[in-house]
Design a binder for this molecule. Sequence first.
Ligand code: GLY
Length: 370
Amino acid sequence: MSVIPVELGARAYDVRIEGGLLDDAGAALAPFASKRPLAVITDDRVAALQWPRLEAALGRAGLASTLLVVPSGEGTKSWSQLEAVTDWLIEQGTERNDHVIALGGGVIGDLVGFACAILKRGCAFVQIPTTLLAQVDSSVGGKTAINSRAGKNLVGAFHQPSFVLIDPTVLDTLDRRTVAAGYAEVVKYGLIDNAPFFAWCEANGEALLSGDAAAREYAIGTSVAAKAAIVRDDERETSGRRALLNLGHTFGHALEAEHGFRDSLLHGEAVAAGMALAFHYSVRRGHCPAEDAARVTAHLRASGLPASLVDAKVSASGEQLVGHMLHDKKMAAGTLPFLLANGIGQTYLAKDVDLADVAAFLDSDIARNG
Ligand code: GLY
């Protein structure tokens, strides 16, 4: 079991990680209960898989609960579902000091977190993430959002949870592709600033993907500790430190856009290909050893993740892909910051990237064949 503090002064909270913790959620959540039943929000897929465990655990601790189930999928991060969630919470009599429970993956965490950010000008919430991606990234750090017609996550708020409860055993119900997509975000922490952790991933990634409980718990703990340190230093992504977490996301966003943000390329898969492209582009700029980019590509592919445009089934031109990047919300004063690397564990934010050069790189064979 590990408890990782996210040190944010008045908004500080703990992330608790333990196999089987969902079955003990009653005791863990008791400090967050009020006189009203705990309001739990989940999606239809997670409701079938995890709600019976959570409901039973709350019942064993004598905690009453009430459940709202929304449809699963990215489309749920919408104005209409935000309205449905906030209306339901108001009907439940939720007050600002009550804790709403977000039980699910990144979609549920983002939607419920944003609903709680605006309900009565802000009420408290707890994250119980049920995908690897949500456990190692989106449930920690307080980014919440819905999508708008113009793009993903364009309407949102920073709103920190009061507690994050992570039970790695909930991943046992997921298929390997979904776990692998989340694993891309685990690898990301090694690539950002922790070369020994990337080497650990090379040695243990297969065990993690195959369900090894100790490997999963170690990787989640290491990832959450890395994210907690970054969020502590740069909660609102103003100093450039938190932006490191976007490694692979600018290239990846263009690939996701080519797929129409459909499940034919999952977000984590796009991030994987995006990270490989960022490393190969860094080699092209003369800052990164080619062997490091080759190691990144090899490990991602060995994990069943795409590491090039071809792997990601994208055949668009460099110009088209750069066109998607221009809609990135990180655009500032006509330039797009890119996360590049001097090597494995040495990621940095580059603000001098020429988008025509990126387009030429994407058109090149090395990018296509990775
Ligand atoms: N997922 C990136 C961040 O939380 O900043």
